[in-house]
Design a protein around this ligand. Structure first.
Ligand code: GLN
Length: 306
């Protein structure tokens, strides 16, 4: 345990190298020095730092929305709308919407995630959001809520995402109108969780959803994990795969989930789900302390999965 405490302490000291996201005004008030980690196996869990703090999922939700939409429509149909290729561009980039037949490259960048939001099951905006919150509630075994302050804050400063939505619509890659896709997407980004919830989500992937009430086909779970490995950490995904070697997904709130299919971290054994929260993020959008922690953890506990 001493070793783990040491990794945590060293990572927590790195927060000064990052900054909280300010382009969503409501995120700017978060404590830049916060850093918490929760890890769970089938039998036990380890918590480091202040694990009760609530924050929003932001881009971490993209992987959940992808699964719900793909479970509903099937992989072939979804692939007509969104590809599964990494970009190496920033998450809100617009440049590639004029290549690859205008199809968004993957569901982990904003363009692909907004298309996915328009494809969610349900007639109304409310139903579409509900389809994802319900799935999440089945994973977590508890109710989840949307942080409306964060949602409205982002909705009123969503110029980039609105621009992306209009381009998607013009090219035939939205199944709903612009406003609905945008609002569904932003509400999903604003779902409130803590690090223990993140660890549970990661554990769901680590066990391929076995014994969970949240049903998803193994093919879809496999694609979700491949997407996390290749595109989950924005335009740092290649380096993260090379030097950490775990499927993971981050959000600009400073949230990260990381999946250990088989490993041993102190008294935790077998499939392990890791949740991290460190709102000081780097230029790419990843939690600075989170990346540092996972890099050291993977190295010292030999978690590299490839
Ligand atoms: N809601 C954020 C946005 O669309 C999510 C992005 C992120 O977490 N990288 O900009």
């Amino acid at each position: 345990m001493e070793n783990l405490q040491q990794i945590y302490k060293q990572a927590a000291q790195m927060t000064y190298k990052g900054q909280v996201a300010t382009y969503i005004p409501a995120l700017a008030v978060n404590d830049p020095n916060a850093f918490a980690v929760s890890m769970m196996s089938a039998e036990d869990s380890i918590e480091l730092g202040e694990c009760a703090t609530m924050f929003t999922l932001q881009s971490v939700v993209k992987v959940i929305s992808f699964m719900v939409a793909t479970n509903h429509h099937g992989i072939e149909e979804i692939m007509h709308y969104v590809d599964v290729e990494p970009t190496g561009d920033s998450f809100n980039s617009i440049v590639r919407l004029e290549s690859n037949n205008n199809k968004p490259f993957n569901p982990m960048i904003n363009a692909g995630a907004i298309t996915i939001a328009s494809l969610l099951p349900g007639r109304t905006m409310y139903d579409k959001v509900k389809s994802v919150t319900l799935f999440l509630e089945q994973i977590l075994g508890k109710q989840v809520h949307i942080n409306n302050e964060v949602y409205f804050s982002e909705y009123h400063s969503a110029d980039y995402n609105r621009a992306i939505s209009y381009i998607l619509q013009a090219n035939g890659f939205l199944k709903s109108d612009v406003e609905e896709a945008l609002q569904v997407y932003l509400q999903l980004c604003s779902i409130s969780v803590n690090v223990s919830d993140l660890a549970k989500i990661a554990f769901y992937f680590a066990t391929n959803g076995k014994n969970s009430e949240a049903h998803c086909s193994i093919e879809v779970i496999n694609i979700a994990k491949a997407l996390m490995l290749t595109c989950g950490m924005y335009n740092f995904s290649g380096k993260f795969a090379a030097f950490v070697g775990l499927p993971a997904k981050s959000g600009v709130s400073g949230a990260i989930i990381a999946i250990v299919k088989q490993g041993e971290i102190e008294h935790l054994q077998g499939p392990i789900g890791i949740g991290l929260y460190g709102p000081a993020i780097d230029k790419v959008g990843n939690s600075v302390a989170g990346i540092e922690f996972l890099t050291q953890l993977s190295k010292q506990y030999e978690l590299f999965c490839l």
